[in-house]
Design a protein around this ligand. Structure first.
Ligand code: HEM
Length: 458
């Protein structure tokens, strides 16, 4: 459908009044900002859980839709216009039509991510994306459900989960602190190589840079620290340990403008989101009647399975159970780790209720689309069946990994590694949540940092 640049005389899309502005800022946009967009602040996430901040955001969006119909609506804050999307059709349109006229490299993302990855595809111009996005897709093997390093990844996961469970056997408990230590080692080994297992420095450097990213333009860039961090990544690429993504970076041909090493911080950073999603998925699976048992029974290797299947290294291996992948997707639907999907308009655009000029921000508040009880009957229930079969633009938007040409190129690596961590945990031990969730009525916010599980040998 052609949507030409708008003649100047067309009206703007509706602008919220002062009270509307205050409500949206306080109830929708504040939550992701104060929780820490780049590094989460566990205490604030805990507070958000106690006051169920994200449910308030969804309720506010529903109120806007009942008042303004399918929208979009506009906010004007000093120096910035922001369009808030209220309708599924608009979500699909904005995600599909990138990087022009809807650019992924928004003002807010550049402010935050330039602290540690100024060459990342996510903050690149349309021209730069032409080489950087395909480079990411090649190394992460975006189109393959099972990455060619799956066997090495699985071996790493088995070893690291075993070490974690050894510790949990001693204390009888699995908590976030232990899980996060295991996760950090696993990620460094998968991305940088086995030699990086104990390299806490590289993670700490990235954390310090990300903390600056939380404050975006308010914080000057620490170029020396960034150089040291990127230099360390380059060393791992030079070392190119077999089975690591760093080795694939070294071996994948790319033009210099692709800035291969500068794509890597996004991978290390994004694995954090996977850790939260995996820990929450564990809470879902052990709280939902029969789910953990189903996982365990399906993990039994069928008689006559090949060695590769037994090791879970084929696309249909026993560790790739659909229920585990769907549980991770459900965790991401219920508690999206990228709650605000942002775009900037590079040209004037026309909408059903008016126009938006170039240079405006567009916001997709994912919890609204994922948890809208008025349109999605499963909104607050654990519903793995939502993910059986392919989804397309005729479906209600469930967009934990975004969509269109900006969709997360790491999603299959995420689903592979997260489901294998869950498979190892549930296959090795009896695990029970210290505070089980009611999977028929799930909270709007769930902090992964306070989840605790009792662990015992089966
Ligand atoms: C639960 C885990 C993850 C979630 C929910 C997630 C989600 C997302 C989302 C929503 C975006 C798009 C942001 C936007 O549209 O502006 C994105 C981009 C990206 N993700 Fe992920 N991600 C995850 C983990 C990963 C991992 C582990 C990797 C790499 C190993 C990765 C690599 C990337 C890259 C390179 C981009 C930028 C793509 C581009 O520039 O077009 N992600 N991710």
């Amino acid at each position: 459908m052609p949507r030409a640049t708008e003649p100047r005389s067309s009206p703007d899309i509706p602008i919220l009044g002062p009270v509307g502005h205050a409500r949206v800022l306080a109830r929708v946009l504040l939550s992701p900002v104060i929780k820490g967009p780049i590094v989460r602040r566990p205490r604030v996430v805990g507070l958000a859980e106690r006051i169920d901040l994200d449910s308030a955001g969804v309720a506010e969006m529903q109120r806007l839709r009942s008042r303004y119909g399918p929208g979009p609506v506009q906010l004007r804050i000093p120096g910035r216009r922001i369009a808030l999307l209220l309708d599924p059709e608009d979500v699909h349109r904005v995600l599909n039509e990138g990087p022009e006229p809807f650019s992924q490299a928004t003002l807010e993302k550049r402010g935050a991510l330039n602290h540690f990855e100024p060459g990342s595809s996510l903050v690149s111009s349309a021209q730069q994306r032409l080489s950087r996005r395909p480079f990411n897709e090649q190394v992460l093997e975006t189109d393959r459900p099972v990455h060619s390093h799956a066997e090495q990844m699985t071996a790493i996961i088995t070893e690291e989960v075993e070490a974690l469970l050894g510790h949990a056997d001693f204390t009888g408990t699995l908590d976030w602190d232990g899980f996060a230590v295991m996760w950090g080692r696993m990620v460094r080994r998968i991305v940088l190589g086995d030699g990086a297992r104990e390299d806490d420095q590289v993670t700490d450097d990235l954390r310090r840079l990300r903390e600056r990213g939380n404050l975006s333009y308010l914080m000057p860039q620490n170029r020396r620290l960034r150089e040291r961090f990127l230099g360390r990544l380059q060393e791992y690429v030079d070392r190119a340990e077999s089975g690591s993504l760093a080795a694939m970076v070294a071996q994948t041909p790319a033009p210099a403008d692709a800035k291969p090493v500068q794509q890597m911080p996004q991978w290390l950073f994004a694995f954090d989101a996977e850790a939260w999603a995996t820990f929450r998925a564990l809470a879902l699976l052990v709280s939902h009647p029969g789910a953990a048992e189903q996982v365990r029974s399906e993990m039994t290797v069928p008689p006559g399975a090949s060695a590769a299947e037994a090791a879970g290294s084929s696309a249909c291996g026993p560790r790739d159970q659909p229920l585990l992948r769907a549980a991770v997707l459900e965790s991401l639907r219920l508690w999206p780790t990228t709650p605000l999907i942002l775009r900037d308009s590079t040209a004037g655009t026309r909408w059903r209720n008016g126009t938006l000029p170039a240079g405006a921000g567009l916001v997709i508040f994912a919890p609204f689309f994922h948890r809208d009880g008025q349109t999605l009957p499963e909104a607050h229930r654990f519903s793995p069946a939502l993910w059986s079969g392919d989804r397309d633009d005729s479906d209600w938007p469930l967009v934990p990994f975004s969509g269109g040409p900006g969709m997360c190129p790491g999603r299959n690596v995420v689903l592979l590694t997260a489901s294998r961590v869950l498979g190892e945990l549930l296959g090795q031990r009896e695990i029970a949540a210290a505070e089980p969730l009611d999977t028929r009525r799930l909270p709007g916010t769930l902090s992964p940092f306070h989840l605790r599980f009792a662990v015992r040998r089966g």
